[in-house]
Design a protein around this ligand. Structure first.
Ligand code: HEM
Length: 468
């Protein structure tokens, strides 16, 4: 199942045993405080730029997921892959491909991710004209054979993204040759170096050339989509729950005071923000929207015994296990509903969104450890998410920057709004629509993503619409 991710070569995510351990060993040293601190600083700066754009917009924000995905892509690209995206790409004003490319960097990766299922299912000879084109790596050079637009687009995005990754690899390889390796190498440098030989014998390299590209692809994809989707749900949920938004803002005031965001520190402020309301928002968002709603696991060659409710069981060898994280995170035994859910409709995320589960009533700080195994948004054990701290630093920086000075609210139809404010019925209608999008408008491609649009508005704190 995970083999889909090995599009450009073997990856940390879709290999097993010794092979994946080697990739993890190469990447682990780069996930340190320096990297997480850079993710924090980059996220602060880019969110301020995004806020300027949103603030100047007359129309409601309808591209929340796209805008946030630009931001998270820029953060991971810059911090882990030494790639500075065009500033215009980050602010969304233009998205022109650079010389030698037919797609911009952002367009190439997002289109590649959208087209993974097509690339995986359509055999390479159907996509490419060259005789004997058996694997995807040779899709680059040859012209299209399939007349189907979806196939042409899939092939083009595959080839474009490969070109970008090869450029990154070659530039890094050249810089390593000229300057030697650094102690605090980025993920990109670590993988490129592991793929290099010190002699002419290619067996000298720790990993294959294909594994260098495979891992660049999977780290960028794993690092930006998941974070962008989590931020999108969190912002949309808070727009539906102004009461919780206010409580979170008060907590940010308590932690950050009047200090400008340029002075917020990863060392001093991030741990407090994570332990407070923003951390609770992240935890509760990930409980309801586990971006990977199931984890595929296998017992491999050994049967696995386990005990459940006092009885012994054995899962046979070579059994595929799909751990349903969405259901685990909603199991009423561990996660009782705060508001009774009526009828048989879809699960209602806005009513279920409850920060108090995570916070100490009096102190407002993190005070709850879920029962082991009942909450696994980043998985668990030796194959747990390597980017958890990175994702937390980024989430806290983005949310603190937005909500310290601004509020996000549902954009109700102004033409019908009363002079004194928005009528309760109009607001409730907008909330019902938003809740529907947050429920049935969500689908799984490579992660759980909101497909529909919820019109939102950014307003300065204190200028929120009143509901009358
Ligand atoms: C909110 C954000 C994120 C969530 C919810 C998340 C979730 C997860 C989960 C559940 C897994 C395990 C998948 C499985 O067992 O099948 C995983 C693995 C992984 N994640 Fe994340 N992730 C996030 C952010 C990131 C970031 C920012 C990075 C990189 C900078 C990253 C890199 C990875 C990698 C490389 C793996 C594979 C680890 C391995 O197989 O050994 N993730 N992530």
């Amino acid at each position: 199942m995970m083999g889909m991710l090995n599009m450009y070569g073997p990856t940390i995510t879709a290999t097993e045993g010794e092979e994946s351990r080697i990739y993890r060993k190469i990447a682990t040293p780069s996930f340190n405080d320096r990297t997480h601190g850079s993710a924090w600083i980059e996220s602060l700066g880019l969110t301020s730029a995004l806020l300027k754009r949103w603030d100047s917009m007359k129309a409601p924000i309808t591209q929340l997921n796209e805008d946030v995905a630009r931001l998270t892509l820029q953060v991971i690209s810059y911090v882990c892959f030494d790639r500075q995206m065009e500033w215009a790409e980050a602010t969304g004003r233009q998205d022109n491909p650079p010389k030698g490319h037919s797609m911009s960097y952002r367009e190439a990766i997002s289109s590649m991710v959208d087209n993974i299922p097509t690339l995986f299912m359509v055999p390479p000879p159907v996509l490419s004209k060259k005789k004997g084109c058996k694997d995807r790596s040779s899709l680059m050079e040859h012209s299209d054979i399939s007349p189907i637009d979806a196939h042409k687009k899939a092939k083009a995005s595959y080839a474009e993204w490969q070109k970008y990754m090869e450029e990154m690899r070659d530039e890094t390889s050249e810089s390593l040759r000229r300057n030697g390796s650094r102690n605090d190498a980025s993920i990109l440098e670590s993988f490129v170096q592991a793929g290099q030989t010190s002699t002419t014998d290619s067996k000298d390299a720790k990993i294959s050339p294909a594994a260098v590209l495979g891992n660049i692809f999977v780290f960028i994809m794993a690092g930006y989509e998941t974070s962008a989707n989590t931020l999108t749900y969190a912002i949309a949920l808070l727009a539906c729950r102004p009461d919780l938004q206010k409580a979170m803002q008060a907590d940010l005031d308590r932690i950050l005071g009047d200090c400008p965001s340029s002075d917020w520190s990863y060392e001093a402020d991030f741990p407090k923000i994570l332990a407070g309301y923003v951390g609770a928002v992240m935890n509760e968002t990930l409980r309801l929207y586990s971006v990977l709603p199931f984890f595929p696991k296998t017992t491999r060659e050994t049967p696995k015994p386990f005990t459940f409710d006092g009885r012994d069981y054995t899962v046979p060898a070579d059994t595929l296990i799909l751990m349903n994280t969405s259901a685990t995170h909603r199991n009423p035994k561990y996660w009782p509903a705060v508001v009774p859910i009526a009828g048989d409709g879809p699960p209602y995320p806005v009513s279920s969104f409850d920060l108090s589960r995570w916070l100490n009533k009096d102190k407002g700080i993190s005070a709850f450890s879920p029962t082991p195994g009942s909450y696994v948004p980043f998985s668990d054990g030796p194959r747990a998410c390597i980017g958890k701290r990175f994702a937390q630093a980024q989430f806290c920086a983005v949310m603190a920057t937005i909500f310290k000075d601004y509020s996000v609210e549902l954009a109700v139809d102004d033409s019908q709004a009363a002079e004194k404010g928005v009528s309760k019925s109009l607001w409730e209608k907008a909330k019902r629509n938003a809740e529907q999008e947050l429920s049935t408008g969500v689908g799984f491609l490579m992660s759980l993503k909101m497909k529909g649009k919820i019109p939102l508005r950014l307003v300065k704190r204190g200028e929120e619409q009143s509901v009358v």
